[in-house]
Design a protein around this ligand. Structure first.
Ligand code: SAM
Length: 367
């Protein structure tokens, strides 16, 4: 089967984790790049990647790369692409452009040139647009235009289970990437003592269950005229049949009773409530839960930032002390917003990862 040039759009900081994930999912020539990860894959592999990736935001395929110095040149080159393979009747094309260091710098005009070029292409003459949307991306860098086609539809972090979220919820893809960074496996007890909407606990339960992350999605490629229906059905059935009998020990606690109720409902929507034990608890009272006989992992995302008021450093200090005094042999990952909070923990970090969350850089520390 023909290999396609693909690109994973990724939350800044998570590129290395997506490289690992794509290699596991049998992508080829996987390379970390600015803003994401490039790779080669057959369409079958791309089906599997879209269904199973837990860490990437979306996957696009690169349809064409060419030089253009004028808008008519861009229009003419877009017109020659074989859009009939990808845009069925009833599908509306939306174009997003970004332009850097190039003669063509007006993104609005560049988008219009692509829309006009697609509409004027031979195969699209009698095309009627409808409700379904196919996104097309144009990136112009140093006068080189890359035209990409979205294959994921709605952002993959929107898994659909989180109908309720508290303050500063983490994207599901960030939570899943943090579990991967910590190399968490289903047989290791997991405590998430400031669970908020329950994202870490729910993502962990899905990992333990080996459940494909992105089932029941209306992927744009399902509507492509070029779709090989049987191959897609085969990939979907395989992903739907993935499961495991492992019973993980996952604990989700939070001070706020209301948030805890929301987290429970989210777990229910995700179909994993039986895998998680919920309890209302101040993090300062955290102890090794009954029934846990081996050391495990604690993941903390304490409150911080503009959305959360008050001095949070005393809380970081309490978390550091708690870990040092009551959790010998355990591993811990904590998200900190700045050096002040890191110092307040009072423990040296073994490793750190910088992640963009809610428009700001935060640091994930392994203690
Ligand atoms: C940044 S939010 C966590 C967000 C979560 N990761 C999510 O994706 O929804 C911080 C959480 O810490 C909880 N919290 C604040 N102080 C606490 C304390 N002393 N003990 C336990 N939880 C606390 C808040 O109720 C809030 O849910």
């Amino acid at each position: 089967m023909e290999k396609i040039s693909c690109f994973a759009i990724v939350v800044p900081g998570l590129e290395g984790l997506v490289v690992d994930e794509l290699n596991e999912l049998s992508a080829h020539d996987v390379k970390q790049e600015q803003g994401g990860v490039s790779f080669e894959a057959t369409m079958d592999t791309l089906f599997r990647i879209n269904l199973r990736s837990r860490c990437a935001t979306r996957f696009v395929i690169r349809l064409a790369v060419f030089k253009a110095l004028t808008f008519p040149e861009l229009y003419n080159k877009v017109r020659k692409i074989s859009w009939q393979q990808y845009v069925a009747d009833g599908v509306r094309v939306e174009v997003k452009a970004s332009c850097h260091h190039s003669k063509l710098l007006h993104s609005g005009r560049a988008e219009q040139a692509v829309i006009d070029g697609i509409a004027a292409s031979e195969a699209m003459q009698d095309h009627k647009a409808g409700k379904l949307v196919q996104q097309v991306m144009l990136r112009i860098d140093d006068n080189i235009c890359t035209i990409s086609l979205d294959t994921s539809g709605e952002r993959l972090d929107r898994r659909g289970y989180r109908q309720y979220s508290g303050l500063a919820p983490l994207r599901e893809t960030i939570a899943a990437s943090i579990l991967r960074w910590m190399d968490w496996k289903a047989d290791e007890p997991l405590l998430t003592p400031m669970c908020g909407s329950g994202t870490f606990a729910i993502e962990a339960a899905l990992v333990a269950d080996k459940r494909a992350a992105n089932l029941k999605r209306d992927f744009p490629f399902i509507h492509w005229p070029a779709l090989k229906q049987k191959r897609w059905q085969r990939a979907l059935e395989k992903a739907e049949s993935m499961s495991s009998d492992v019973k993980p020990q996952i604990f989700a606690t939070d001070l706020a009773a209301g948030l805890l109720d929301q987290a429970k409902q989210n777990a229910q929507h995700a179909g994993v409530s039986e895998s998680i034990v919920f309890a209302q608890l101040d993090v300062r009272q955290l102890v090794v839960p009954d029934g846990v006989t081996r050391a495990g992992l604690i993941i903390c995302n304490p409150p911080y930032g503009d959305r959360v008021k008050g001095d949070v450093r005393t809380l970081y200090k309490a978390i550091g002390q708690l870990f040092a005094e009551k959790f010998g042999g355990w591993r811990m990952a904590v998200i900190v917003p700045d050096q002040g909070c890191e110092h307040a923990l009072g423990l040296p970090a073994k490793r750190r990862l910088k992640i963009k969350h809610g428009g700001k850089w935060v640091y994930l520390l392994e203690l």
